[in-house]
Design a protein around this ligand. Structure first.
Ligand code: 5AD
Ligand code: FES
Length: 346
């Protein structure tokens, strides 16, 4: 059964929603092995064993949104809030440049203090000092005009996970003020504006079944994102989803292989969330078809505060240089981190 679906996926890079759902619900160890093998082959053809690195800078944990799954949602009164100064963000990028990073990801909650003027200024300064680097923003939903200004200031890429491609499911993960249509509008605006655009979802979020995941896969097939971030849902103790079950590492890996086969050139990270639920999760992610890792470059003093889910790794003093740790981890499985922007190879 799954053999036929896998043949078709490899040949056509496309399945129907019903077929995606079956490929998930009927999965076996053997199917996972086949997908892993096929995904590795297509990844190797495009990227070889080069792994792209992105220096992640968590610039603010202040957020106007209240997503039920997220540890930095505005209703969580138990987080100590912080916001990095512009100068500190720029210094952090400088340090990253010295360490070999050529992509910086500025990620934060939807913090109104980072209005267009402030954020454009930061982007412009980083690009001025390091013109051979890419700047990626991951700052949530903004207006089309704001996306345009930031792109003009030099931002190259934007990550905005779609979270779920089902409007009903979206409504169960978010409060009423947030809308599926604005998420989709944002993603289309980003693409139209000229960004390399990333979407993605959590695996095993509450109320998600193989039907919702099939919708996600169809969405990815049609949208053809430049980047796609997927990681397991992990409950956070101070959110409405505190008692929900975490997502599975095994299913996350299975989906990484499928996404690689749907859209072979996609930049696919082995995420921190995957490394949090499985000690060698990021290595496994690469072995199942991922080709990107995102070491944490944030100042150590804020790392614990940017806790979207419980037990996030890389938050201690010992994690000061995640890049060395990840280099060693990649080397141990026969891959190597490269110093380049790491654009998509279409
Ligand atoms: N578990 C896993 N991932 C999460 N994210 C937010 N909260 C959680 C959680 N509890 C993901 C969302 C968001 C990204 C920055 O982190 O998908 O888009
Ligand atoms: Fe952060 Fe290993 S990558 S400590």
């Amino acid at each position: 059964m799954t053999d036929r679906l896998i043949d078709k996926l490899i040949k056509e890079r496309s399945l129907s929603k019903e077929e995606y759902a079956l490929l998930i619900s009927e999965r076996t160890l053997k199917a996972a092995e086949r997908l892993k093998q096929a995904a590795s082959e297509v990844r190797d053809e495009i990227y070889g064993h080069d792994i792209f690195v992105r220096g992640l800078i968590e610039i603010s944990n202040i957020c106007v949104n209240d997503c039920y799954y997220c540890g930095i949602r505005k209703s969580n009164a138990s987080v100590e809030r912080y916001r990095l100064k512009s100068s500190e963000i720029i210094d952090t990028a400088d340090r990253g440049y010295e360490l070999g990073f050529r992509t910086f990801v500025l990620q934060g909650g939807e913090d109104p203090a980072y209005n267009d003027e402030v954020l454009c200024d930061i982007v412009r300064k980083i690009k001025e000092m390091h013109p051979d680097s890419a700047v990626t923003l991951s700052m949530g939903e903004r207006s089309r005009e704001s996306y345009r200004k930031l792109h003009e200031a030099g931002a190259d890429r934007y990550l905005l996970r779609h979270e779920t491609a089902s409007p009903e499911h979206y409504g169960k993960l978010h409060p009423e003020e947030m809308s599926f249509s604005n998420r989709m509008r944002s993603l289309k605006d980003l693409r139209d504006t000229g960004y390399q655009t990333g979407c993605g979802m959590m695996v095993g979020s509450p109320f998600q079944t193989e039907r919702e995941l099939a919708e996600d896969l169809k969405f990815i097939e049609e949208f053809k994102p430049d980047m796609c971030g997927i990681g397991p849902f992990i409950p956070h103790r101070a959110t409405p989803f505190r008692n929900e079950r975490p997502g599975s590492a095994e299913l996350t890996l299975y989906l990484l292989s499928i996404i690689r086969l749907i859209h072979p050139p996609v930049l696919l990270p082995a995420t921190t969330a995957l490394g949090t639920i499985l000690p060698d999760g990021r290595e496994q992610g690469i072995l199942y078809g991922a080709n990107v890792v995102m070491p944490n470059l944030s100042p150590v003093r804020v790392r614990k505060k940017y806790e979207l889910y419980d037990n996030k790794i890389c938050t201690g003093e010992e994690a000061a240089e995640c890049v060395d740790c990840l280099s060693a981890r990649m080397k141990a499985i026969g891959f190597r981190i490269v110093t380049e922007r790491g654009d998509i190879r279409l």
